[in-house]
Design a protein around this ligand. Structure first.
Ligand code: ATP
Ligand code: MG
Length: 191
């Protein structure tokens, strides 16, 4: 089993890199952003709640997000491993993930922190906003998301630091260059 947490600020490239990891290592990709956007598209009760929060750049409450993730873990009983993309985003979620995995005799193998500076993040997200149709890819919401990332999500780094699972990845350069750095880190723990 290989369980990868892919971590980084909004626009750091978590989704792009997760898809490459998914293909190469045969893992199940769980993207909380994708799960929530699918709920919005369905018009479910969760979707209605998520819609308002996401467009403001705010988080879905921890207890709900944890329940959603737990349900998705149960959907893949024969998985070779998971990529957690967009989760954990808070310390509470990080602790909950450890518990959820422990209950299934699993654990996080490593956390990859894709490092991109704020100016570059804003540039990428504004650019994505031209075609993404996402309600959160506009300047005001981008600033709020980065602010929320810095206050609520950054502490998650220390959580994995303490477990010696934190691997920092330079997130600039081409998609392929970033992926190569990621593979080097994965292969260093997965021999
Ligand atoms: P990237 O561009 O690196 O793929 P992202 O920050 O653009 O990442 P998503 O992961 O797609 O965004 O998440 C979009 C939104 O969904 C978040 O801004 C937040 O409102 C909500 N969300 C996603 N994951 C979580 C979570 N773990 N806890 C709370 N809210 C979440
Ligand atoms: Mg994403």
């Amino acid at each position: 089993m290989l369980n990868v947490v892919i971590f980084g600020a909004p626009g750091s490239g978590k989704g792009t890199q997760s898809e490459l990891i998914e293909k190469k290592y045969g893992l199940v990709h769980l993207s909380t952003g994708d799960i929530l956007r699918a709920e919005i598209a369905k018009g479910s009760e969760i979707g209605k709640l998520a819609d308002g929060l996401i467009s403001k750049g705010h988080f879905i409450p921890d207890d709900l997000m944890i329940r959603i993730l737990n349900a998705h873990l149960d959907m893949y009983p024969t998985a070779n491993g998971f990529i957690f993309d967009g989760f954990p985003r808070t310390l509470t979620q990080a602790e909950a993930l450890d518990t959820m995995l422990k209950n299934r005799n699993l654990k996080v193998s490593l956390m990859l922190n894709i490092d991109v500076d704020t100016n570059e993040l804003v540039k990428r997200l504004l650019n994505r906003g031209k075609t993404s149709g996402r309600s959160d890819d506009n300047l005001q919401t981008i600033h709020e998301r980065i602010q929320v990332y810095e206050t609520k999500t950054l502490p998650v780094i220390q959580f994995y630091d303490r477990q010696k699972k934190h691997h920092r990845i330079k997130g600039t350069g081409t998609m392929e260059e970033v992926f190569e750095r990621i593979c080097n880190e994965i292969d260093s723990v997965n021999r």
